[in-house]
Design a protein around this ligand. Structure first.
Ligand code: ADP
Length: 446
């Protein structure tokens, strides 16, 4: 097992990884920008190294600085967390070349799934249904021909995209001509790669994803699914498991398919296959070759620590259990609490005046906040995850409502009031929502 792990990330996820390491008797090294001198993950880690100024490209994305920090501290492995370098195949490769272990999948698998066009092709070859479309298109003429084949309405997506950004809907040929160059320019700016592909735009799908763990030695299991349909601008707000929109047979079908596919691929580490579900059909959209923000809900219903498993697998340990050994129990929901105005979603960085996290049975809070801490303006606005477990969905909802009432974060604005409004929404309580529901009919209104 590793003796020392460097955590190449920040915020709640850095803390999450630190906790798993600590429970395994592994020492931790925090790396941080100058904006994060007083961050919780820096305070709790055994050692810390400042790797640059606030802008992420000069610190959390600064590969030479991170490798130097690993060398100076004598770390033997690097956990990339999520975002930043987590899906950077080159980084994973360089880490390996420096006699360090990358806690994640192989660079080949990261590269394969990072290219959306290649990922969809691979999924199809492995027997997973995909959304119609998915061919790379380089100019408007090609796009027109592809749109003809796929049929309108279509979604224009960036091949190197991520985080729900850079997608545009075109309902007809005229809109395609208008949106295509804009999407191309956006993809170039955001992702440094103007490559696009088109996909049939589904009207009211649910976003269903499956958590996978593979050891790269022939064993792959699933930890069930997650319904992430509660979204605003393609960004997830709340996730739950199991999905209230699927019956048992449908769930089992997609979980088993996802695990079987990853077994064929020989996948190693944690990963997530994302699908859209509509009218009884599943369509693969992408795979994330990393830990995800919403992983705790899967941990709550299975009792399996996903980060611990990632670390064990990276150290060469076999999974050591089979699918049948995993017992699923109850229902779990995660609320993403962002430092944002709950109505306009404008970022709200600043000093935390008062902080009180809820507790009690079935309640877990993953957050790096504390009283007196300053939320810096440079990074993602997620500041806390409230994760609740109950024996039934109803119990889970009652507990969540109670926990939200107890949660105090003052000094900045947060999306807690938005989640409270959600808990009062009939449609949400009935589990009756799709990926467009929030923006179409709810949007924070009661
Ligand atoms: P990203 O990598 O940017 O997150 P995804 O392909 O995972 O992009 O899609 C993100 C979200 O966009 C999905 O959760 C869903 O809400 C929406 N979406 C993606 N593809 C489609 C589609 N073909 N039709 C309708 N909505 C889609």
């Amino acid at each position: 097992m590793f003796e020392k792990v460097l955590i190449a990330n920040r915020g709640e996820i850095a803390l999450r990884i630190h906790r798993a390491c600590r429970e395994m008797g592994i020492r931790t090294v925090a790396v941080h920008s100058t904006a994060d001198n007083n961050a919780m993950h820096v305070r709790l880690a055994d050692e810390s190294v400042c790797i640059g100024p606030p802008p992420a490209r000069e610190s959390y994305l600064n590969i030479p600085a991170i490798l130097s920090a690993a060398a100076i501290t004598g770390a033997d492995a690097i956990h990339p967390g999520l975002g930043f370098l987590a899906e950077n195949a080159e980084f994973a490769q360089i880490v390996g070349e420096h006699d360090l272990v990358f806690i994640g999948p192989s660079p080949e698998h990261i590269r394969l799934m990072g290219d959306k066009v290649a990922a969809k092709r691979t999924a199809q070859e492995l027997g997973i249904p995909v959304v119609p479309g998915g061919q790379a298109v380089t100019d408007l003429d090609q796009a027109r021909a592809e749109a003809e084949r796929v049929d309108f309405p279509i979604l224009i997506k960036a091949a190197a995209g991520g985080g729900g950004r850079g997608m545009r809907v075109a309902r007809d040929k005229a809109e395609l001509a208008l949106q295509f160059p804009v999407a191309q320019a956006e993809a170039q700016t955001f992702f440094g790669n103007g490559a696009l592909y088109l996909e049939r735009f589904l009207a009211k799908p649910r976003h269903i994803e499956v958590q996978i763990l593979g050891d790269g030695q022939g064993s792959v299991v699933h930890l069930g699914g997650r319904d992430c349909s509660l979204q605003r601008k393609h960004q997830k707000l709340l996730e739950e498991t199991p999905s209230p929109g699927l019956n048992m047979a449908e769930r089992q079908r997609i979980y088993d398919l996802a695990a079987a596919t990853m077994r064929k691929l020989g996948y190693k580490s944690a990963g997530t296959l994302e699908f859209l579900y509509q009218d009884g059909e599943f369509f693969f959209i992408e795979m994330n070759t990393r830990l995800q923000v919403e992983h705790p809900i899967s941990e709550m219903i299975t009792g399996i620590d996903v980060v611990r498993e990632q670390i064990r697998i990276a150290a060469g340990a076999p999974l050591g259990y089979r699918q049948d050994d995993i017992k699923f129990s109850g229902h779990a929901i995660e609320c993403r609490i962002n430092a944002e105005n709950p109505e306009t979603f404008a970022p709200s960085p600043g000093v935390i005046q008062r902080y009180h996290a809820p507790g009690g049975m079935g309640v877990r809070v993953d957050s790096a906040l504390y009283q007196g801490y300053t939320v810096p303006p440079h990074y993602d606005s997620l500041v806390a995850k409230l994760v609740v477990h109950g024996s039934t969905r109803n119990e889970c909802l009652m507990r969540l409502r109670r926990a939200l009432e107890e949660f105090v974060i003052s000094g900045i604005e947060t999306t807690i009031p938005l989640h409270q409004k959600l808990m009062a929404s009939e449609a949400f309580l009935n589990g009756d929502y799709d990926i467009g529901w929030f923006e179409r009919t709810f949007n924070g209104k009661t």
